[in-house]
Design a protein around this ligand. Structure first.
Ligand SMILES: CC(C)(COP(=O)(O)OP(=O)(O)OC[C@H]1O[C@@H](n2cnc3c(N)ncnc32)[C@H](O)[C@@H]1OP(=O)(O)O)[C@@H](O)C(=O)NCCC(=O)NCCS
Length: 156
């Protein structure tokens, strides 16, 4: 995963903290409906409530920032001692510039540091963009159900 092709884009990868609350809510609220569907597997409207939950959960949340603007978020939560479920979204304007790779590389390092061994995400079969990106990042895919695939990455 560790290739940085964000060129001269000034992107910082930071751990989420409560001072970013307003910005992360604005980021999620500003997503087009199709991206909300891809990321949340359905309609999510109450992002204040979503962020309340995110702040309470025991996970790792990284944001990609361009100046003060949040342009990507990657969330990971442990499901058992070794496996972590990961979800990611990058602002459409900032895709294909290495932001997703940087978020996933950083979160993978942090997960490894706390003893995790496998990262996985469940993705709609129709979400070919994310499937192609994850395969390029070294993930493997297995059928999960008729609508979804499980993409997973075994940490080296
Ligand atoms: C999946 C997603 C996070 C990728 O983010 P990104 O910032 O565009 O990814 P990167 O620019 O770091 O690309 C990583 C690799 O995937 C490749 N890639 C990215 N999008 C691709 C696409 N649509 N088709 C083919 N390859 C693609 C890139 O070329 C890159 O490979 P390379 O470094 O060998 O060139 C982004 O497309 C997204 O936010 N999608 C909507 C949300 C979503 O579906 N999330 C997944 C479910 S939780």
């Amino acid at each position: 995963m560790d290739k940085n092709n964000s060129g001269n884009l000034e992107i910082e990868i930071l751990e989420y903290n409560k001072s970013m609350r307003k910005n992360i809510i604005e980021f999620y609220q500003g997503l087009p409906a199709e991206d909300v569907y891809k990321r949340f597997f359905g309609v999510c409207k109450d992002f204040e409530c979503y962020v309340d939950n995110l702040e309470r959960r025991d996970g790792i949340i990284l944001v990609a920032r361009h100046g003060k603007k949040i342009v990507g978020v990657c969330e990971a939560y442990p499901v058992n001692n070794h496996e972590w479920e990961v979800a990611i979204i990058v602002d459409k304007e900032f895709r294909r510039k290495g932001v997703g790779r940087r978020l996933l590389t950083e979160i993978a390092l942090r997960i490894r540091d706390v003893g995790g061994r496998i990262l996985f995400g469940i993705i709609s079969r129709a979400n070919t963009e994310a499937i192609k990106a994850c395969m390029k990042l070294g993930c493997k895919a297995e059928s999960y159900d008729y609508q979804t695939v499980k993409l997973y990455y075994v940490l080296p």
